[in-house]
Design a protein around this ligand. Structure first.
Ligand SMILES: *[C@@H]1O[C@H](CO)[C@@H](O)[C@H](O)[C@H]1NC(C)=O
Ligand SMILES: *[C@@H]1O[C@H](CO)[C@@H](O)[C@H](O)[C@H]1NC(C)=O
Ligand SMILES: *[C@@H]1O[C@H](CO)[C@@H](O)[C@H](O)[C@H]1NC(C)=O
Ligand SMILES: *[C@@H]1O[C@H](CO)[C@@H](O)[C@H](O)[C@H]1NC(C)=O
Ligand SMILES: *[C@@H]1O[C@H](CO)[C@@H](O)[C@H](O)[C@H]1NC(C)=O
Ligand SMILES: *[C@@H]1O[C@H](CO)[C@@H](O)[C@H](O)[C@H]1NC(C)=O
Ligand SMILES: *[C@@H]1O[C@H](CO)[C@@H](O)[C@H](O)[C@H]1NC(C)=O
Length: 603
């Protein structure tokens, strides 16, 4: 197995070399050196270590349109928190059901287009395996777990080890953070300040990075959600994901990067529950300041991706990094949900991907996703606003050249089968036109100033590739290039010619059949634009009643009603829930955000 993989490597390297090296001789020379090193050292145990002859700074180099990667081989079952194989443990199982009723139609997005399951769950069916209801001796019929004794880092690593044969050799488990954190400040680091995409090989693994902070009050419902995320994304997928808790140490007074004892003391001080300590990576503002002295702003509101960029620099054994929030909820299997978003993005063509992401797919207005897709194509007259990199004088693009010079000559083939470098979770907007946006004028380092083209796709819940994060890191560190948080991954992806995708997941509005609101978002759809890149009128109805919207009140109401808590008088029972004849309440398969704490929600 190892030998086979290494041979594949040599071929892969040769492909890229053609672009770096200037002469045939240097290609042959490099291959000879590689072959000698390979013979002397054997296969690298960690491809995360830069290849020796690429260690020196080289000119930024561009990707080529390589063949898509093959699917991973079959998963080997893993142990869950009850010490049994998840595949054979009914107490660890979700109870997903299909009901003989019409599934509610979302305001935007589509189950069919994304291949999401139209299943339902009761609170016990969803969170019972993770401790929901465990304090009730009469109703809880699953075995109980002593959660404080669970080590989620260890369980994830054991699962990865059992499945290691599925992954390239560059893939590794995650360090036990209590014993060792790799994060370093710039003035003390042993790493090169800048690392580039071609120094790393695919590992086929994705980190799920949950943003937390010192003093966060972990409620029972947060723990149910975090446990479900780990089991369903990491353990049930045979190690394709690794969940990491990224803790902002806000105003702490400890030395966190030096010693094992210091690190553990700081984790306790941060309030990280025992079961999560081995996966908790701590950072503080001084870390961001040492790496990005030219970006004077490090606060989360402006630069939420900086800790992630530094994480990617220190933990390059992940191809992709999902940034998720503690106040998100997956009401279906989280691993399958994220898998479908990833599949959709992989299968999406590059042509008009940005254009499609600036309009909303609304089934009630246009029908299937295919019809929406065609409407965006028609609005662009078969061409595209973006084809290859969106050129900026400051940026040397790393994305591949388009296979044909003109977008209109591509039959939606380019990019199909390739993972997206950024998956966004809501529609994208032209930042220059969005004068209402609070961060409208906030950018720096670009010669064109406010005339710099940029797009933002809020919220900052995205999957971003190592390639893209390292490119953003380079731009911030060496050139002081900056745009606000929600514009950072999409804009840099477009400047570099990297793939962006917006899988339009289902989002509901708190009033059923509210035509006025639907019309307010639709604005005539793709046919009504003037250049095929988003609606002319950027105004839209308030989002505070959507299932996925930064300031929405509704997710809390939905979950309270689902779990049987009394609602405030002015709140209606959410129409998307289904109350069965036996009184059980079922929720559809959704990604909810935000779920604010409710003092009555703790059992
Ligand atoms: C589903 O419901 C419809 C009517 O609401 C009924 O005709 C049909 O037999 C039901 N199907 C099943 C499998 O129960
Ligand atoms: C357990 O659940 C039952 C049924 O919902 C309820 O009547 C009872 O009060 C609960 N007991 C406790 C201790 O919460
Ligand atoms: C636990 O009870 C629920 C109904 O309350 C039932 O659907 C489920 O099958 C039971 N689970 C086990 C493991 O007995
Ligand atoms: C590196 O920077 C940090 C943060 O500014 C500081 O605490 C530390 O003393 C510095 N280390 C060295 C070796 O200068
Ligand atoms: C940090 O602050 C706490 C109080 O918030 C104090 O008890 C502790 O001694 C301080 N530690 C250091 C190293 O200054
Ligand atoms: C973005 O908005 C600016 C300012 O309104 C406009 O000049 C530009 O053409 C827009 N770009 C696109 C692609 O719509
Ligand atoms: C598409 O063609 C129509 C008619 O020629 C024209 O009005 C429109 O501006 C074109 N749209 C784009 C995006 O080029």
């Amino acid at each position: 197995m190892g030998v086979q993989l290494s041979q594949v490597n040599i071929r892969g390297c040769a492909g890229r070399f053609r672009r770096i090296a200037l002469t045939r001789n240097s290609i042959i020379g490099a291959l000879v050196i590689y072959a000698l090193l390979f013979l002397a050292l054997g296969p690298w145990s960690r491809w995360a270590i830069p290849l020796p002859f690429l260690d020196k700074p080289v000119d930024p180099t561009r990707q080529t349109n390589e063949a898509p990667m093959p699917p991973l081989s079959e998963r080997v079952p893993c142990y869950g928190p009850r010490g049994q194989f998840l595949s054979r443990s009914p107490d660890d199982a979700l109870h997903e059901v299909t009901l003989n009723i019409t599934y509610p139609v979302p305001l935007t997005g589509s189950y069919e287009a994304l291949g999401l399951d139209q299943t339902w769950m009761t609170p016990d069916g969803r969170y019972g395996p993770y401790g929901f209801g465990e304090h009730n001796a009469t109703t809880y019929n699953r075995s109980r777990v002593d959660w404080d004794r669970i080590d989620w880092g260890k369980l994830q690593n054991e699962c990865f080890d059992r499945n290691a044969h599925r992954f390239p050799e560059s893939a590794t488990g995650f360090d036990d953070m209590v014993k060792q954190s790799r994060l370093t400040t710039r003035n003390e680091t042993q790493l090169p300040y800048v690392r580039r995409w071609h120094e790393f090989k695919a590992t086929r693994r994705t980190a799920i990075v949950v943003r937390a902070w010192r003093g966060y009050d972990y409620k029972a419902e947060d723990m149910h959600s975090l446990r479900s995320l780990i089991v369903e994304t990491s353990l049930r997928t045979g190690g394709e994901y690794q969940v990491i808790l990224l803790v902002d140490m806000k105003d702490h007074n400890q030395t966190i990067y030096r010693s094992e004892e210091g690190y553990e003391a700081a984790l306790i001080d941060a309030g990280v529950p025992p079961e999560l300590r081995s996966i908790a990576v701590m950072w503080d503002d001084s870390l961001l300041e040492t790496w990005y002295p030219d970006i004077y702003e490090h606060r989360t509101m402006w630069q939420v991706y900086q800790p992630m960029q530094i994480l990617a620099l220190h933990y390059p054994e992940f191809d992709h990094f999902w940034q998720v929030e503690l106040d998100m909820r997956f009401t279906g299997d989280a691993g399958r949900y994220l898998g479908r978003l990833s599949d959709f993005a992989r299968n999406e063509p590059r042509k008009q991907a940005l254009e499609r992401s600036t309009y909303q797919h609304m089934q009630a207005k246009i029908g299937s996703y295919d019809k929406f897709f065609s409407a965006v194509d028609a609005a662009n007259n078969g061409s595209a606003y973006i084809w290859g990199p969106l050129r900026q004088p400051e940026i040397e693009p790393i994305g591949p050249e388009p296979p044909v010079p003109l977008a209109k000559d591509d039959d939606f083939k380019w990019g199909v089968g390739h993972d997206a470098d950024v998956i966004v979770t809501s529609m994208c907007n032209n930042a220059s036109a969005a004068t209402y946006w609070v961060f409208h004028g906030w950018l720096g380092g670009f010669k064109a100033g406010e005339d710099t083209v940029r797009f933002f796709c809020p919220p900052a819940i995205t999957r971003t590739s190592r390639t893209l994060l390292l490119a953003i890191h380079q731009g911030q560190l060496e050139q002081g290039l900056r745009v606000p948080s929600e514009a950072t991954p999409p804009s840099f992806a477009l400047y570099h010619g990297l793939k962006l995708s917006f899988p339009q997941m289902p989002v509901y509005w708190h009033k059923k059949n509210d035509d006025k609101v639907a019309e307010g978002w639709w604005k005539g759809g793709p046919a009504n634009g003037n250049n095929g890149v988003g609606p002319v009128d950027m105004h839209h109805p308030p989002g505070e009643g959507l299932t996925f919207w930064w300031g929405s009140f509704w997710p809390r109401v939905i979950v309270d009603a689902w779990e049987g808590r009394e609602l405030k008088e002015d709140r209606e029972f959410p129409w998307i829930l289904h109350k069965a004849d036996d009184g059980q309440v079922y929720i559809p398969n959704l990604m909810l955000h935000p779920m604010k704490h409710n003092k009555n929600a703790d059992e």
